[in-house]
Ligand binder design. Sequence first.
Ligand SMILES: [Zn+2]
Length: 473
Amino acid sequence: MGNSQSGLSRRSFMGSVGAGSLVLGVGLSSGASATETKPIDVSTVTTPVTDVEKLPNAYYLSNVRLETGFVEEKKAWLDAPVVTHTNTELKTLRIADGKIAEILDAKAEVPAGAAAFDAQGQLLLPTFRDMHIHLDKTFYGGPWEATLPTQHGRADRVAQERDLLPKLLPSAEERTAAMIRLMHSHGTTVCRTHCNVDPVSKLGNLEHLKASLDRFKDTLESKIIIFPQHGLLASDSVSLMREALKSGGVSYVGGVDPTSFDHALEKSVDTTVQLAIDFNVGIDVHIHEARETAIPAFNRIMDHMEKNKQLQGNVTFSHAYSLAELSKEELNDIATRMKALGVTLASAVPLGKGSMPLRELHEAGIEIICGTDSVMDWWNSFGNCDILQKANEIARLQYRSTEYDISRTLGYATGFVTPLNDKGEQAWPKAGDDASFNLLPASCSAEAVARLPARNAVFHKGKLAYGAVSKAA
Ligand SMILES: [Zn+2]
């Protein structure tokens, strides 16, 4: 599976980079040296030379392309100068103990005998973060299955799930591993994953998920949300949730639609909050309901947050489609409260459901995190674990297709760690940062978001999670 993925990525990359290289030369209009304007040689970029086992603890990575600032130009038809391109420079990184120990000039001498690799002019971007995914549930890694039609909405889906879960449990760990490899191939090394806790699989999915995550602990930083998919109260899952929390390794109590699943908004919210308080963990709840019940649920959670300070900054509303139903004033009111209490919004960037006000909420200071959610399972046939594609979708839905605007949307994939800040100042990487990053055949962040090139080498804390880099000549 990894090989075919790599083959596909390479083909799409080969198809797009020729044009990208041309833009690269033109784009570096000011202050670019001869080496910086050299186009990427696509015939050598993906040469597989090393892998996870071979990468040492300390090494040099040369010819890394870092963004250094925006190019502004005055155009005849515009009143003010605009950002037209992004400047970059080639640098050498010294990696040691999982960190970017030093950022050196491109021509810096690499000590004799030191391990050295060549990024071949590829762009360095921060690692991607999938902050809402269900790694415990997928058909991926097994035969293709499309979702089945339903007659009674999600009740049918849950009935199907009750039937499927025991059948899939024996292969759960391997299917999770397949999904993690897929995430890695798209540049993600940080995730927050939901995990079913329900009367059918009980803690089985959680045990398999933990085992799979443990296998990837060197290349994936993860947090687990326990998720009562069949309804916390409706499926009588409270004691199972307590058991799951007692088992350790859980960071958040999950939940789903207190009114439409549990038919008890107040009791469902209060029980969820109590679980989080009792075990001193956060909350991350799916609320897909319409505004009539969703907004009261959000406000009840926030009432609890006001009284219980340990929850402040540790609560996430997932999906929250109802926010798209609000007027500007109503959105502003709830956003102000969310911001004051440190509520995060997680979104899988729904297409065709009315545009979620992600940009407005981000600009209002709400922490926005993105995820790929259900991937190739019985809830959703689609999905590919590519969080950069989510940034691309947000860019297309809510931003202009300009160099500046597209470059800003990279943040939705990286937890808003971006090479340049909004003013165009260099913000990442800095010496001392984790060596968690991607190498891509792109000239700048905007091109990466717009063209979704292959992630040719994916690093997590200095280790290669996916792809390859060439040995330095
Ligand atoms: Zn979800």
